[in-house]
Design a protein around this ligand. Structure first.
Ligand code: C5P
Length: 293
């Protein structure tokens, strides 16, 4: 294939991308609307098959609970990562960096290819504004969205109400205390509490406002699980495989530890995305997670 063989939209995409070479071509192809969806990812194909057995193989169970954070600067870099990981992982998290650079258009190819998308924009504003934002993102077909519990009960209630009547609504997750915050950071914003105490306070408030999804660090997952019961969705970042760099994360655990403590989903970015071979790194993490079941 030569450059002239590509439709105009792919040529434009490649011209904008800071990444050059074969990988950019694969990335551009991923974003081409005319590209067929692989059978494995085709939702119609999946639903035509016999329903999945209730007892999944531990590795499959792990795959359904690992969310890869696409913390990259643009759509080309995201597409490149997804192309490398989509045979290994089925959940991708789009956060502030990518969404701000690439806009809502970055979600569409992921959803179309059958992936589950966690849109992590951590809304925190007046109730009316957050309700509007929740309605807007619900229309994108994402499966989880976040807002800061610190926005208060009125904001949480308005966000929840915004999903009334939405067909197949995304899970609303209240972020408690960022995993990058230790006691010093928590105290610096005027709270005379430990991160654990602040997480508990916010979780109790969230539960009272009707939330049943939360984001917290591995250090608080066990107490949060005890507080919320088995039905709540607990999404846990700050996960590091044995021997990995912590980076800016302060309250961390290994994948198996976090699952044993009660996590529903694990979010991982750098240990996968910055590995020399992201798919291989993800496979190793899945095996580590599978050991917890
Ligand atoms: O690279 P790393 O594994 O640290 O990425 C963690 C991801 O989880 C980042 O995208 C970060 O924004 C997100 N996150 C977090 N702490 C929270 C909520 C989300 O680290 N409380």
């Amino acid at each position: 294939m030569k450059a002239g063989d590509f439709p105009k939209e792919i040529a434009a995409f490649r011209a904008r991308s800071p990444v050059r070479g074969r990988k950019t071509l694969q990335a551009a192809m991923l974003y081409n609307r005319t590209m067929p969806i692989p059978e494995r990812l085709n939702p119609t194909f999946a639903s035509a098959r016999t329903p999945a057995p209730v007892h999944l193989d531990p590795l499959e169970k792990a795959r359904k609970r690992l969310i890869v954070a696409l913390d990259v600067p643009d759509a080309a870099a995201a597409a490149e990562l997804v192309a490398q990981l989509e045979n290994t992982c089925c959940w991708f998290k789009v956060g502030l960096e990518l969404f701000t650079a690439a806009g809502p258009a970055v979600i569409e190819p992921l959803v179309r290819r059958g992936h589950s998308v966690f849109l992590d924009l951590k809304f925190h504003d007046i109730p009316n504004t957050v309700a509007g934002a929740v309605r807007s993102v619900a229309a994108l077909g994402v499966r989880m969205i976040t807002l800061h519990a610190a926005g208060g009960p009125a904001m949480l209630t308005a966000a929840k109400a915004a999903l009334n009547g939405v067909e197949n609504p995304p899970e609303l997750l209240a972020v408690t205390v960022l995993t990058s915050m230790d006691r010093t950071q928590v105290n610096a914003v005027g709270l005379d509490r430990s991160p654990a105490e602040q997480v508990e306070l916010l979780a109790r408030m969230g539960l009272a406002a009707g939330m049943h999804g939360f984001v917290c660090s591995p250090s608080e997952v066990a107490s949060l699980r005890a507080l919320t019961g088995p039905e709540a969705v607990l999404v846990i970042p700050g996960i590091r495989p044995v021997g990995a760099e912590a980076g800016d994360q302060k309250r961390i655990a290994t994948p198996a530890e976090a699952l044993r403590l009660g996590a529903s989903y694990l979010v991982m970015g750098r240990p996968i995305t910055q590995a020399p071979d992201p798919a291989e790194a993800a496979e190793a993490i899945l095996r580590e997670m599978a050991g917890a079941f």
